[in-house]
Design a protein around this ligand. Structure first.
Ligand code: PEP
Length: 270
């Protein structure tokens, strides 16, 4: 059984004071919901303050990005070493990073490797653009993104490994979460249908099974992301292959986000 999972990606929104206020508004509501992993991903500058606020709660913290090196002359960048003290998760390969900041599959691959070896759990985002969907290239794009992002990451370790390291490394690969986020659905109010997302997520698990093993693919959590709200979340999480959601806009409204988490836990419990 895979534990359901909902993460809120606040993107470049909220000052530190606004972030603290938002956490205060959702803390009780989220805290009451069990049987689900709940993750908040605020901007970097709010991580320290929010980590303090979440101490003793069941809500986890994630970052929205990181550099693939652990330290060095990379002005303005944040390394996994700086994050791993306070964050459990890190969003990697978000379409906004790929499209506005030129992140290639190769860069995403380096980031996934460093995150895993640095003790962070990557939420790896993949998804096709509208023109790719319309050209019938969705599977080709997703297959390329998954295979490239996970290149060299095997149950035997990030670059292969000995038999004796197998168990530990299988644990490491199990720390990955994939978020299927069709780019045409992000921030547009035009979500995929539950059925559409389920078919695509089934395909994504198939790629992971091909790369690793069927058992690892079955353990892997795969989320849907793209215009998720408290009104449409049920359509997604009632599909057994969809383990939860990565939520952008709606995670900036406390009531909406708590509603999404609540509904997910409720449907998965049933
Ligand atoms: C996202 O940015 O990951 C996202 C899914 O955004 P939204 O929910 O606003 O579509």
């Amino acid at each position: 059984m895979r534990t359901p999972f909902v993460a809120g990606n606040w993107k470049m929104n909220t000052t530190v004071a606004e972030a603290e206020k938002l956490v205060l508004e959702m803390l009780d509501g989220l805290g009451r919901i069990g049987g689900i992993e709940k993750v908040l991903c605020p901007p970097f500058v709010s991580l320290v303050a929010i980590e303090m606020m979440l101490k003793g709660s069941t809500i986890k913290l994630g970052a929205q990005n990181m550099h693939f090196e652990t330290k060095g002359a990379y002005t303005g960048e944040i390394s996994p070493l700086m994050l791993s003290d306070m964050c459990e998760f890190v969003i990697l390969g978000h379409s906004e990073r790929r499209h506005y900041f030129g992140e290639t599959d190769e860069i995403v691959n380096k980031k996934v490797k460093t995150a895993l070896t640095g003790g962070l759990k990557p939420i790896l985002c993949i998804g096709e653009r509208l023109e790719e969907k319309e050209a019938g290239k969705t599977e080709e794009v997703l297959s390329r993104q998954v295979r490239n992002a996970l290149d060299g990451i095997r149950p035997g370790g990030p670059s292969g490994g000995s038999e004796s390291r197998q168990t530990q490394d299988e644990h490491m690969t199990a720390r990955l979460v994939i978020a299927y986020e069709p780019v045409w659905a992000i921030g547009t109010g035009k979500a995929a249908t539950g059925e559409e997302a389920a078919t695509t997520i089934h395909f994504i698990r198939g790629i992971v099974a091909d790369l690793w093993t069927e058992a690892l693919a079955q353990d892997l959590r795969v989320l849907y992301g793209g215009s998720v709200t408290s009104a449409n979340i049920g359509e997604f999480v009632s599909q057994p292959v969809i383990d939860g959601a990565l939520v952008g806009g709606a995670s900036l409204k406390a009531e909406e986000f708590v509603g999404i988490v609540e509904r997910t836990a409720e449907i998965r419990r049933a």
